[in-house]
Design a protein around this ligand. Structure first.
Ligand SMILES: Nc1ncnc2c1ncn2[C@@H]1O[C@H](COP(=O)(O)OP(=O)(O)OP(=O)(O)O)[C@@H](O)[C@H]1O
Length: 486
């Protein structure tokens, strides 16, 4: 079906800078020229009279190379199937195609700082083009084992519940898991606010498949916080074709790797949202006609994720610390996308809908959030003991909830009543007013050091606040030095 006699291929004339593409394709060799033989949505079959381009080669389609596509499979000795990275609107059979005979490339290095880019490295802000900057392929192998190093060092965020119960690892990967609307984006924005200013490296934000409005808000917020000059933002948002959303993570990784490997600078990589990467992969796989696997995901889900996640690592040159928001479909934590993502992370912060509905923001579930850093040798004995006691108290309260609902507090033993008293106060103390939600909550934002968090929890566990109303501990930063102070 794809090998029918092909019409003569039209002349390919390349107009530099057309279609807003800053990297105009070079003059094609004859063997790199082909033409479209079939278009089905984002799937484009291309016939090459000579040798066909290899996997992942970038194709420019149209007289001005206005549609960019990537070779996804080879159908026969002369035909390849490509996935469009830009909208394939207007394509028809016979349209000229040029193979660039190399994978997609993005600009890398210092000129990217302070810029907002798309999956091709085209600038989305008003600044000058980056076409003259060094470019590098978005497909890179992860560092070999002998280049990797493992240091166990905690990365503090100033957010009480995270620092106490699931401390992030410097040079590690952390995930913020949650269903729709439980506060993943707010939490990642607050992390940017708290960390980026004090982080003496580069920050790279990668927006995958989320709303364009959020990208604009983040850009403004970075400007207000005065951290834009040390930040690169790369977006492939929900209005873009699946190919672009699938590749934007690789583009961002290539930029992050250049800062780590060439400039030897630590990188903080924030990704919102890794589920959208999986979802884009699922769409691409469906378009390619692959048989779906469990829950409709692509059969290559595990390897797609591993290909990206394994590139995020710390080497002897510098560290890439990554925080990723992970949308959990229908709040089902056994969904394959969530399960496969869990496997790559050193810290998982789970957001709970129940806590969000009670207004206990950030809605972090203290019993489900975990971290590999939670060892006495890493966080210290005091932190380890306090976190364990907090967890035990909250778990005890969780078990007592059914009894309280059926029989009331009066039927509880004195010890159980004390547990409930402490747990409710701890729950409220672990809420925190955010800088980024200041305008609509009316609570002034607070960053809290881990010492103040430990001090607060210890005092609540020692019943210092047992006679204070619970609301006094809600949405506060650190606790007052005396329980009687407000
Ligand atoms: N820390 C917080 N303090 C106060 N309100 C919050 C907080 N976190 C989230 N919210 C409320 O929850 C809403 C949804 O938050 P957010 O957009 O971060 O959710 P999300 O999990 O990213 O959602 P989606 O999956 O739809 O992108 C916010 O608009 C806000 O009203």
């Amino acid at each position: 079906m794809h090998t029918q006699p092909s019409p003569p291929s039209p002349d390919f004339t390349v107009k530099a800078g057309s279609d807003g593409m800053e990297n105009a394709p070079p003059s094609p060799k004859d063997s790199a020229r082909g033409h479209v033989v079939a278009v089905r949505g984002s799937v484009i079959d291309v016939y090459f009279p000579g040798e066909p381009p290899s996997m992942n080669c970038e194709l420019r389609i149209g007289d001005c190379g206005e549609v960019v596509a990537e070779v996804a499979s080879q159908l026969d000795p002369h035909t390849v199937r490509a996935i469009a990275i830009t909208s394939p609107r207007g394509l028809s059979r016979g349209t000229a195609v040029q193979s660039l005979e190399r994978p997609m490339q993005v600009p890398v290095g210092k000129p990217l700082l302070g810029r907002v880019l798309d999956v091709f490295g085209n600038t989305l802000d008003d600044g000058e083009s980056l076409s003259s900057v060094e470019h590098r392929s978005i497909h890179q192998a992860p560092p070999t084992i002998n280049r990797r190093i493992a240091k166990s060092e905690v990365f503090t965020t100033g957010i009480k519940a995270i620092d106490l119960l699931s401390p992030l690892e410097r040079g590690g990967k952390a995930g913020l898991f949650g269903g729709a609307g439980v506060g993943k984006t707010v939490l990642i924005t607050e992390l940017i606010h708290n960390i980026v200013g004090g982080h003496d490296g580069i920050s790279l934000f990668c927006g995958i498949g989320e709303r364009c409005r959020e990208a604009e808000e983040l850009y403004r917020e970075m400007g207000t916080a005065g951290v834009r000059d040390n930040t690169v933002m790369v977006f492939g948002q929900m209005n873009e074709p699946p190919g672009a959303r699938f590749r934007v993570g690789h583009a961002a990784m290539t930029m992050a790797e250049s800062f780590r490997d060439d400039a030897k600078q630590d990188v903080l990589l924030l990704i919102d949202n890794i589920f959208r990467f999986v979802q884009a992969g699922m769409e691409v796989s469906g378009l390619l006609g692959q048989l779906p696997s469990r829950v409709g995901y692509q059969p290559s889900l595990a390897s797609d994720l591993a290909e990206l996640e394994e590139r995020i690592c710390t080497t002897s040159d510098a560290a890439i610390t990554s925080v990723q928001a992970v949308y959990v479909p229908a709040d089902d934590f056994t969904d394959p996308s969530a399960v496969h993502t869990f496997a790559h992370l050193s810290a998982t912060v789970v957001l709970s809908r129940k806590r969000a509905s009670e207004g206990l923001y950030p809605a972090i579930d203290p019993l489900k959030s975990t971290s590999e850093m939670m060892l006495p040798g890493v966080v210290g004995d005091r932190h380890y003991q306090t976190a364990s006691e907090v967890r035990q108290t909250l778990a005890g309260y969780e078990e007592l909830k059914d009894i309280i609902a059926m029989l009331g507090m009066e039927e509880l033993s004195r010890q159980d009543r004390l547990t409930v008293n402490r747990a409710r106060r701890l729950e409220r103390f672990l809420t925190q007013p955010f800088f980024t939600t200041q305008q609509f909550t009316g609570h002034e934002g607070h960053m809290v050091s881990i010492d103040d968090t430990l001090d607060g929890c210890e005092r609540i566990l020692n019943d210092e606040f047992q006679n204070r109303p619970e609301r006094d501990l809600y949405m506060v930063g650190k606790l007052p030095s005396s329980p009687s102070c407000t």
